[in-house]
Design a protein around this ligand. Structure first.
Ligand code: ATP
Ligand SMILES: O=C(O)[C@@H](O)C(=O)CO
Length: 424
């Protein structure tokens, strides 16, 4: 069918997060890993293209996003969504603003909104400031992120240096008045030439108000949650006819592996919890730089994958900093991503058919190595983390890509329990 909403996500866990929230409505969502080589055919109403461009050089990110946009246009989409992290992960140069501005120019959008709020996961925006739980972004564990340390909580201040046109705010007091008041505020800002509008949201009701006010915008930008109401709104406006074809759950070998390259606070707690119940192996970037992956591959080869072992690079901020000081930030990340990618392929060869991967960059590296190009999105394990099914090297596998800070402490065990439930 013709695609109604074309979505571009800046990392792989972000893309599954978005696809999972859109799929909550029951509509079919297709998730593509990278810009498909083949021309659009039999596309879904909601198409999500996952890119790995959050920390790529600006020019590269813009070019990739434009290529994704072109594909989505050819799939018939006239409305688009630019998905970035609910913690607004970016560097001083971008890529949130430059990509948004490039997409706006391509599709002729005069104005767009920025709303990374995800209240179910504790992300809220008030007076343009982003909170993670009760902490301002810059005081949250995101201040120590290995690639995009967030040292300011004010979204307007973060965005301004990344764009050429004026930035403004539609605050919670306006959002609380409902969609018409928000529309009026956006029009006033547009009349003043404000192209980039940060919109406050602290609860799911705010997201519904914002989506309703913005559903006709050519481009919306944000975290996944602001897109969640769109299927329902499209059904209401009549552009979408309900397609409740459920994703089939295949019966797969119980052999499984957990691969974690996220150093986020929640993943650290999840790794600590799971490593007390399953065999686990810690990857040390300095050791990998010196001796390569042989030690880890040998360890994996000796494991019974029915026990769903864990391999992790997840480390405390001080250890990450120490490794980065010796290897450089990009090199340290790359060494680990390469190792986890090689271990994923080895696990597949050893018969693993259930993969849990933690971390957006990590997920990008692992799915690329597994040669996964399209995922059918299934039910969520935790808000924003669905199971999905795909084919890797001719084998059907189950894959979940977990955003660094998502899921509860018991997430890894929860994931396998949820998959068992789905199989019944
Ligand atoms: N011990 C370590 N030392 C240095 N870098 C590390 C270490 N462990 C992981 N990394 C790197 O840190 C980065 C973590 O980013 P990743 O996107 O995978 O996780 P995340 O940011 O927590 O997840 P998300 O983007 O879903 O929130 C990766 O590039 C990874 O290779
Ligand atoms: O929005 C989020 O927090 C996640 O989907 C994400 O982008 C993690 O990389």
């Amino acid at each position: 069918m013709t695609t109604l909403l074309g979505c571009i996500a800046d990392d792989f866990t972000g893309a599954t997060d978005l696809a999972g929230l859109l799929a909550r409505s029951g509509v079919k969502v297709s998730l593509r890993m990278g810009v498909p080589i083949e021309e659009p055919k039999d596309t879904a109403a909601f198409e999500v293209i996952a890119l790995k461009c959050r920390t790529a050089p600006v020019k590269e990110a813009v070019a990739e996003c434009k290529a994704a946009l072109d594909w989505l246009k050819r799939a018939g989409a006239e409305r688009f969504f630019w998905k970035y992290c609910s913690t607004f992960d970016c560097t001083a140069e971008g890529n949130i603003g430059p990509v948004a501005e490039a997409l706006m120019a391509e599709i002729g959008a005069e104005q767009t909104i920025y709303c990374p709020a995800f209240p179910e996961n504790g992300r809220s925006i008030f007076m343009g400031n982003l909170f993670v739980g009760e902490l301002p972004l810059a005081e949250s564990p995101m201040k120590d992120h290995p690639l995009t340390p967030m040292r300011d909580s004010n979204l307007m201040r973060l965005l301004e240096p990344q764009v050429t046109k004026p930035v403004g705010l539609a605050n919670r007091l306006t959002v609380a008045k409902g969609p018409d008041a928000l529309k009026a505020r956006l029009e006033d800002l547009a009349a003043d030439g404000v192209a980039h509008v940060v919109v406050d949201a602290v609860a799911n009701e705010d997201l519904f108000t914002i989506s309703k006010a913005c559903q006709d915008m050519k481009l919306m930008t944000g975290g996944s949650a602001i897109a969640m109401p769109l299927p329902h709104l499209y059904l209401e406006e009549g552009s979408l006819s309900a397609d409740f074809a459920k994703t089939q759950v295949p019966h797969l070998s119980p052999k499984a592996i957990v691969l974690s390259g996220s150093c986020s606070a929640m993943t650290r707690a999840q790794v600590a919890s799971y490593s007390s119940q399953a065999p686990s192996y810690r990857l040390d970037p300095l050791e990998l730089a010196k001796h390569g992956t042989k030690g880890a591959l040998d360890w994996l080869a000796a494991q019974d994958l029915a026990c769903a072992p864990l391999i992790y690079a997840t480390a405390e901020p001080a250890d990450v900093k120490a490794a980065q000081a010796q290897l450089g930030v990009a090199k340290a990340g790359e060494i680990i991503e390469d190792a986890l990618a090689a271990l994923a392929v080895a696990a597949l060869t050893q018969g693993a058919r259930r993969f849990v991967v933690a971390g957006g960059e990590t997920s990008g590296a692992v799915t690329k190595a597994l040669d996964v190009t399209k995922l059918d999105v299934s039910a969520e394990i935790a808000p924003g983390v669905p199971w999905s099914f795909c084919v890797s090297q001719g084998q059907e596998i189950a894959l979940t890509l977990k955003s660094g800070n998502f899921g509860a402490v018991g997430f890894f065990a929860d994931a396998f329990a949820r998959l068992k439930e789905l199989e019944i």
